[in-house]
Design a protein around this ligand. Sequence first.
Ligand code: PGA
Length: 256
Amino acid sequence: MKYVIANWKMNLGIRESVALVRGVLRSVQGRDVLPTLVVCPSFTSLAEVNKLVTRTHLKLGAQNAGLDRAGAFTGEIGITQLEDVGCEYAILGHSERRHVFGESDELVQQRLKAVLGSKLTPVVCVGESAQVRAAGKAESTVIAQLKQTLGKLSWPKSKPVLIAYEPIWAIGSGQAAKVSDITDMHAVIREFVQTHLKVSPERVKVIYGGSVTGANAHQFLREPEVDGLLCGGSSLKINDFAKVISAACEVIEAQT
Ligand code: PGA
């Protein structure tokens, strides 16, 4: 099984979001084999998008999740609210949250704890900066991030441990990571998560994000180490995103 997750970030109004989801649904019409397909619109579009995706292959995700189910947290969206609006996934610790909004590993862990106790499946993001990679410290940095973010949380058996490897320098830069760097890092992440959380190998899913396009998606997805893709910019353009989805379908078909 592969994942294709669309992160629309702070883009699109309600009408545009609905139009894009319609496009995604059209692009998968008639396909029997599909990846797990998740769209993460802005909070303001979740309710309308949910109406469209109910009873389809598309799943709804949030771009972040509040620190608790509900409570006095101005500006946050509670886990109960996300469940209520139909979300099944939540992206946590995205590089933009960590670096623009100063979210620490500890804060991301608090969000993660709340999400693990809910109906949502977390997508935990990690990744290194260009300087860290140049200094040869990419793997140790990502492992440290994982260690502090995951802590010793126990993972409900019903949820996969879904980790998105997103090198900071690859996000929105048009410069995706090399396939070999991705597969090496995914192997390291997989091994660490398995041992650290004591979960079986098949429960650990590692996806890649950072300048994924319709043109490069296939070369990543065909790698067994790559369980899927997290797409930003390309998921906003239906033609490009449809190519990413179709690359995932081809790879799944070829492997079954
Ligand atoms: P990008 O963003 O595909 O535009 O590089 C990916 C992400 O931030 O999740």
